[in-house]
Design a protein around this ligand. Sequence first.
Ligand code: FPP
Length: 253
Amino acid sequence: MAMKIPLFNQSQPRESKLNQESHIPEHIAIIMDGNGRWAGKRGMPRFAGHKEGVSTIVKIVKAAIKYKVKVLTLYAFSTENWKRPKPEIDFILRLPKEFLDIYLPELISNNVRINVIGDMEKLPSYSREAVQYAVDRTRDNGGLQLNFALNYGSRHELLNAMKKILTDINDDKLTWDELDEQQVSRYLYTAGLPEPDLLIRTGGEKRLSNFLLWQLAYTEFWFTDVLWPDFSETEFLDALEEYRQRKRRFGGI
Ligand code: FPP
């Protein structure tokens, strides 16, 4: 029987302001960048950076549970990442299975629901099967929803949505009059989820890299130079603290 992750019950002074749930973003999306540079700075192969990146995922999932974030979406592999050398692609795509082999029982005991956004069909069978098992096994869990963006590209997602919408209009399942922004959202991988309140990108770059282009329309952005393997609960709290102070106007005044 898996144990609950003990970290969750501890509370430190710095966290007190953030304990009010109204200040916590419901949905946090993260572009986990900087693994390769982290490894390069240590004279290690890029793989080592990705491996260390998984340890950061564990820490941040724990923090997200602790602060009662409802949805955490992690950009793990983009449709553009296929351009990388095959050994690096193979290594990254083995990580979800390695992660789930170790942590799925703990995630289940913490009521985490796992989901994938992206085109799973093109993933190697070992990743697809491990992830699909975790999705099926956690389907009824009501705690943190942990989305792995795997073979995800926002333009691909939007193009697919457009094709499905046109097909449904053609098949009389949808009319022009019914088609509004909410309907479009229902054709995306993120259907049914709140849009991200906060986007975090590590690794110093300030771009979206084809991530959630529709869903991030009113999201608050938080960038850090810290490389993903060095990112920790401390920086996560910095982001939450800055988010708490932002005034979200959604185009109003
Ligand atoms: C970007 O850093 C990182 C990636 C493309 C891979 C991210 C994947 C993980 C952290 C592991 C995924 C594991 C699970 C469990 C889903 P980069 O390689 O582009 O870094 P660089 O900009 O320094 O080269």
